[in-house]
Design a protein around this ligand. Structure first.
Ligand SMILES: *Cc1c(COP(=O)(O)O)cnc(C)c1O
Length: 368
């Protein structure tokens, strides 16, 4: 038995007829771009989060970039981002012509260290992009205080955290705008690329809609500005509308699996397991553990064909495109530390008890 890191086939099979009907309806309507499937999904996703506006776009990276452009952030500006995240967070900043400024993470939560943000703020700083990495909310209260003190925008990167909560409030509702990704393996995933921007600011909502649709708003051939083409297509939107109904159930199942892992793997003092602070509701996009001899653990997993991943093998300040910044390892102690021993083990709603026991039995063989 191969245990994958995520099993999209199993998920599809669990809701196959609903998905097939939704896709078929879209094809029969031949309204492939925009149209009612997109409007309906945008409305239900905004409602799910309790937000005013949701604008679908091509992917999560575009979502970040379009938000930055809408806020007129570009050349000469700086944006604070965590050192440990998927490349998109910094890539979007670079692509609008601004400079990403990296801040180290807190090692036990893997999210940006709010205490280290202030020292990186300059006259050029315009925004902070906290990332709710692995599905775990960043310290939004602490970040908000800093953002207010310096008049900075907060843009949340929610690509891994659909449905996660901070003090009983969903992530994606704290900043001026938030970016979501519907990449197939995300907690809410399409059958291709997709993304969305959510905001409570009506003007910003209009502005991101214009940028993502060639500068047009509701009327074709009326171009308010030079935008781009980054839209959520109708088939993806109709799939997402079906899946959104299951998101909470799926996230709960991920949490149950996490509890199972935490109780069984908790026996092993050699493992550092994810933390669960009272104020934060984790949605376990990934289940990341740390152990000193990762290679040994990988051997054990491979022996039983259990898939694993490393998210991520490098901290962004040290990847080739950012070498020009000449950062030192000690400036990002925690990020540089954790990348050496983190490993992601399978977590997805369709994991069976049999699979879970097999994974745990195997992991418990680990000895340093
Ligand atoms: C997946 C992801 C993105 C980008 O999403 P795409 O849809 O793949 O462009 C951005 N940020 C983080 C943290 C992600 O995990």
């Amino acid at each position: 038995m191969i245990i994958p890191l995520v099993d999209l086939g199993a998920q599809y099979n669990s809701i196959k007829s609903e998905i097939d009907d939704a896709i078929k309806e879209c094809i029969e309507e031949t309204n492939f771009i925009k149209g009612k499937a997109v409007t309906a999904f945008e409305r239900s996703f905004a409602d799910y989060l309790g937000m005013e506006c949701c604008v679908g776009c091509g992917n999560g990276t575009d979502a970040l970039e379009i938000i930055l452009s809408s806020l007129n952030i570009g050349t000469g500006d700086e944006v604070i981002v965590p050192a440990l995240t998927w490349i998109s967070t910094a890539e979007a900043v670079t692509n609008v012509g601004a400079e990403p400024v990296f801040v180290d993470i807190v090692s036990h939560t893997y999210t940006i260290d709010a205490k280290k943000i202030e020292e990186k703020i300059t006259k050029k700083t315009k925004a902070i992009i906290p990332v709710h990495l692995y599905g775990y909310p960043a310290d939004m209260n602490e970040i908000k205080i800093i953002a207010e003190k310096y008049g900075l925008f907060i843009i949340e990167d929610c690509a891994q955290a659909h449905g996660a909560e901070y003090f009983d409030r969903k992530v994606g509702t704290f900043g001026i705008a938030s970016a979501f990704s519907f990449f197939p393996s995300k907690n809410l995933g399409a059958f291709g690329d997709g993304g969305a921007i959510v905001t409570n600011n009506k003007d910003l909502g209009d502005s991101v809609r214009k940028i993502s649709n060639h500068g047009q708003l509701n009327e074709k051939h009326k171009h308010f500005l030079i935008g781009r083409n980054s839209r959520l297509d109708s088939i993806q939107a109709s799939i997402l509308s079906v899946k959104l109904k299951y998101l909470d159930t799926w996230n709960n199942r991920r949490r149950d699996i996490a509890s199972f892992y935490l109780s069984r793997l908790g026996e092993k003092a050699e493992f550092v397991l994810p933390v669960q602070e009272q104020s934060k509701k984790h949605v376990y996009h990934l289940f990341v553990i740390r152990c000193r001899q990762r290679e040994k653990l990988i051997e054990l997993l491979e022996e039983k064909k259990i898939s694993w991943g490393i998210h991520y093998p490098n901290a962004l300040p040290f990847i080739t495109p950012y070498r020009y910044k000449k950062h030192k390892l000690q400036d990002f102690n925690n990020s540089s530390d954790v990348i050496k021993d983190i490993i992601s083990i399978p977590i997805y709603p369709e994991l069976t008890e049999l699979q879970l026991n097999l994974i745990c039995d195997q992991l418990l063989k680990y000895n340093e």
